[in-house]
Ligand binder design. Structure first.
Ligand SMILES: [Ca+2]
Length: 462
């Protein structure tokens, strides 16, 4: 074994917003175990997904490529398991690799993982309670709670792996994805607590593109299945919305508490087996999520809450404790970064960059200062309009390009193209579209030029 090659433990949950991680924001809950990774390593404050949806983000992470290159633009696109991924390249470079939990790629989310020596996954989205799991092709129903089971199987594999080789394991939680079903032991946690609503909970979607008004992901839209019972009789619409929010946020946070416990179990395992020093530990989520901001749940939009991924990383040999970075990182960067740590060549160039130096506290002078994003699904679930855009340190420009679109699963409808510009220094909550404000004319033309440069760089032609 090459002792210079670190182990990589990549823990990723599904739809876990940084607003619900105390290292980022302690308004809602404490997450001591996830915080421990940040406290003993680095908290990255500007990590963005390139397409805020489960399968596309997973494909971008594995391949280091944007959706139009890796083929997974929306949930109905197949993932070609033959293509290059970082786990395959790690295998070639001496690593033993494993994935446990949510895979959700290919053939409606149901392909067999490639590039892994061991895999044990859910079919499709998976279930919270007594889930079916497919272990190396063998399907079984397993009694228990998904988040605990994923950790149990991960620990089993860590015990049985080849101890002579470095490992890379992806631990992919289903939680806290909809329908937010917590484990029995946390069923009544927060019962007596009333969570405050975000300041823009009653957003009326004025001063915005029509896309915001059009989206069906308001707290009011939460179904009886989502909130698990009928609202009490006699409430006004406003009271129903407030009641649904409490139901929603409590179940969401109960799922998060269970994730945090299970992150703690893995960190303890590393400590107990003398692995903490030579293991890179990451905790992230496939995208962010709206927790009542803009009056919404779900993701998809290029707005901050859904665009931003929580990302904390510990590697005592190279990363200083309690460090933070505000450099702009995208999920396409994860693959090249892990390959860099492993001393492995990425072969065909990926569309991300290694941020290993940034993690060491060194800021490369030529690091990107803007990020390209694209949400491809058009008026599918939650009726969100397809869009692309650019985020810089100060501004965000979004183009809802309208019909027609050659996108699988698109519902044809006449949608007129529209733009949004947010001045993020003055309007962090993205409530006021200044695209048509004449004082931003120069900014708009600079951003459009940069956006078209990024599209060219990433070979985005549609
Ligand atoms: Ca997700």
């Amino acid at each position: 074994m090459n002792s210079k090659q670190p182990n990589i433990l990549f823990i990723m949950s599904d739809d876990h917003a940084s607003q619900a991680i105390s290292s980022y924001n302690n308004r809602l809950i404490e997450t001591p175990n996830i915080d421990r990774i940040a406290d003993e390593g680095m908290r990255f404050d500007n990590v963005y997904c390139t397409n805020a949806l489960c399968a596309p983000s997973r494909a971008a992470i594995l391949t280091g490529q944007y959706s139009h290159i890796n083929g997974v633009r929306g949930l109905s696109d197949d993932f070609d398991g033959e293509q290059q991924t970082f786990p395959k390249l790690l295998q070639k470079n001496g690593y033993e690799t494993a994935i446990v939990g949510k895979w959700h790629l290919g053939h409606g989310g149901n392909s067999d993982p490639t590039g892994f020596d061991y895999w044990n996954i859910f079919p499709g989205q998976g279930k919270y309670h007594d889930p079916t799991m497919i272990e190396m092709g063998k399907k079984k129903v397993i009694e228990g709670y998904a988040t605990d089971l994923i950790t149990d199987y991960s620990i089993n594999w860590l015990n049985s792996r080849d101890h002579e080789r470095p490992f890379m394991m992806m631990v992919h939680h289903k939680a806290p994805h909809r329908p937010w079903q917590p484990p029995e032991k946390y069923a009544t946690l927060f019962k007596e607590r009333e969570f405050g609503e975000p300041v823009n909970f009653d957003d009326n979607y004025q001063n915005r593109a029509d896309a915001a008004m059009k989206a069906d992901m308001r707290i009011e839209d939460l179904t009886e299945d989502d909130v698990k019972e009928k609202p009490p009789e006699g409430l006004t619409l406003k009271e129903v919305k407030k009641w649904k929010y409490q139901r929603y946020i409590k179940d969401y946070l109960r799922c998060v508490v269970s994730i945090d416990d299970n992150v703690g179990r893995l960190l303890n395992y590393l400590d107990d087996h003398d692995l903490s020093e030579n293991t890179i530990v990451v905790y992230t989520s496939d995208q962010g999520f709206f927790l009542g901001e803009h009056g919404w749940y779900d993701k998809r939009f290029m707005y901050e809450e859904s665009l931003r991924m929580p990302f904390v990383m510990r590697y005592p040999k190279e990363i200083n404790p309690k460090s933070t970075s505000n450099k702009m990182i995208i999920n396409n960067d994860f693959a090249p970064t892990f390959l860099d740590y492993a001393g492995a060549d990425s072969g065909e160039p990926m569309q991300g960059e290694s941020f290993r130096l940034i993690a060491q506290g060194i800021n490369p002078v030529d690091w990107r200062t803007s990020v390209y994003y694209r949400y491809w699904e058009h008026l599918t679930t939650h009726n969100v309009v397809a869009h692309y855009g650019i985020r810089t340190e100060k501004y965000k420009l979004i183009y809802y390009y309208g019909d027609p679109l050659d996108v699988k699963g698109a519902v044809p409808e006449k949608t007129k193209p529209e733009w949004e510009l947010f001045d993020l220094e003055k309007d962090q909550l993205e409530m006021n579209n200044v695209y048509n404000d004449p004082s931003y004319l120069d900014i708009v033309s600079e951003l459009k030029a940069e956006l078209s440069g990024l599209r060219e760089k990433y070979k985005e032609t549609m």
